[in-house]
Design a protein around this ligand. Structure first.
Ligand code: ATP
Ligand code: MG
Length: 276
């Protein structure tokens, strides 16, 4: 098992009106590719942060690679973090850093402190950064400063870090939000191929529902901190998608997955309504 969550809840503050995750149970076998979908505020980022050991569950149990990181001493948990890679929703790229250095940060967990320090002055594996960037059509940006990149280039630069890492659990939070539809497809294809090549488990949150359904074998729908469905993509219906997003964010807008379909509801929502 790559990861297993049992009855995990997260409450950021004791005073919070509701938990950000409520009783989540979810497990993945090595090599599985899972898309996390759901409206804004559903808990996708929180779930990925829990899997990355960035947030401790308030309740419930997290297992990673068969071990419980929060029952370990800090050093053990840090060592476990080296086996996973989280590409955050907002990439933390220092603006004045060169692209090559920013990408090579993905290799830091594998490096000694001495090697990491040397690389700050003269990148020690520039060819690895170049290869990774080239897979996202950014090979020519190797020595540019990060703050010279466009938003979409910056996003792919952050994903190039994932390619140079050696992690076996890849957690990717909205990797396509700054990309046009063609680049989004190509970028996702690279990420998924990389996960297959290294037999890594991939959990990826996406607002592009059509892309999630087209490319991921397993779809987890989250809303209000709960799993509304966890199904092979063939089993996910338009009705489920419509209910997952219906009135999200509106006062009293609770998803009711058991509610019958409304009479006269079209079989397929228009694309614009299904892609956030
Ligand atoms: N650091 C935090 N402190 C307090 N509440 C938080 C914090 N981070 C997230 N939340 C709350 O937890 C809930 C889930 O947020 P989360 O970021 O996981 O949602 P999301 O599904 O990733 O949304 P989006 O699609 O907009 O990125 C939201 O209600 C959010 O306001
Ligand atoms: Mg998020």
């Amino acid at each position: 098992m790559s990861f297993a969550l049992s009855e995990v809840s997260v409450r950021y503050a004791a005073s919070a009106q509701r938990a950000s995750l409520s009783g989540i149970s979810l497990a993945a076998q090595p090599g599985e590719q899972i898309a996390l979908i759901g409206p804004s505020g559903a808990g996708k980022t929180t779930l990925l942060q829990v899997l990355a050991c960035g947030i401790a569950p308030t309740e419930g149990k997290l297992e990673l690679f068969g071990q419980q990181p929060w029952s370990m001493p800090d050093a053990g948990r840090h060592a476990m973090r080296r086996r996973l890679f989280l590409a955050p929703q907002t990439p933390p790229l220092p603006p004045r850093q060169r692209v090559v250095t920013a990408v090579l940060a993905g290799m830091l967990p594998q490096w000694s402190i001495g090697r990491a320090l040397r690389s700050l002055f003269a990148p020690v594996a520039a060819e690895r950064a170049f290869e990774a960037l080239s897979r996202f059509d950014l090979g020519d940006k190797l020595y540019l400063r990060v703050d010279r990149l466009s938003g979409g280039e910056r996003q792919r630069c952050s994903l190039a870090r994932l390619l140079v890492s050696e992690a076996g659990l890849l957690l990717v939070d909205e990797p396509l939000s700054a990309l046009d539809p063609v680049l989004a497809e190509r970028t996702l294809a690279v990420l998924q191929q990389e996960a297959r090549d290294r037999r890594a488990t991939l959990a990826c949150s996406l607002h592009q529902v059509d892309l999630a359904l087209a490319r991921f074998p397993r779809i987890v729908g989250l809303r209000d901190g709960r799993i509304m469905f966890d199904l092979p993509r063939e089993a996910v219906t338009d009705d489920m998608i419509a209910k997952l997003y219906r009135d999200a964010g509106a006062p009293g807008g609770q998803a009711d997955m058991d509610a019958p379909a409304e009479p006269g509801q079209p079989a397929r929502q228009p694309l614009a309504a299904r892609c956030f």
